[in-house]
Design a protein around this ligand. Sequence first.
Ligand SMILES: [Zn+2]
Length: 235
Amino acid sequence: MIKTGIGFDAHRLVKGRRLILGGVPIEHAMGLEGHSDADVLCHALADALLGAVADGDIGMHFPDTDPCWKDANSLDLLAQVVGRLKTRRARVVHVDAILMAEAPKLAPYRQAMRERLAPVLGVPVQGVSIKATTLEGMGALGRREGIAAMAVATVEVADGRLTTDARRQSGEDERLMTDDGGRTADGGRRMTDRPSCARALRRAGGRRLTEEQRTRNQERIFQRIPPCLSRFTTP
Ligand SMILES: [Zn+2]
């Protein structure tokens, strides 16, 4: 099934910050203010991807109160979002984004941004469209007070049920937290799709999992995130 999501982000331009857009450093006297590297393009794309699978927004998953994300590279954040999609059996098909900035001229960086983003999104460069426009001097963006980005993501979700991890993450299926021998209430099809999970359920001995067991399961999910990102996720 094909799904789409929309994302928008804006950050204020300030002196003394590097300007990073789509993971590419841009030559400019000012940079975007924010807790992370304030890469509006990555943030709009991440929200579009989360929107396509109705999985909240980046503010929810990567709060700016979290010191882990201080000055973080937003490509890492984007990679984590792509990882969340994978647990929902979703893959990115195509993204289309538009940067809104009066200055600097962004067209010369467009190809570099596409090439930087494509491997993170897991698509060929042709699957990444980046456009840029000015605001013709209108409003705050036109007065060069900030830069904004808008994005649309198209993702393909494989048929069938969500993976166990995705159901746990979303809290969609509370029954997974109980020991039902991996079977549905009517004794039917196995609910779990991994032996380790079935073992964990058996260990719970017919009771709901304790908080400690839930945490351990959550850690197992984190362990499957690539090592380069683990510093953001390891409790
Ligand atoms: Zn942002």
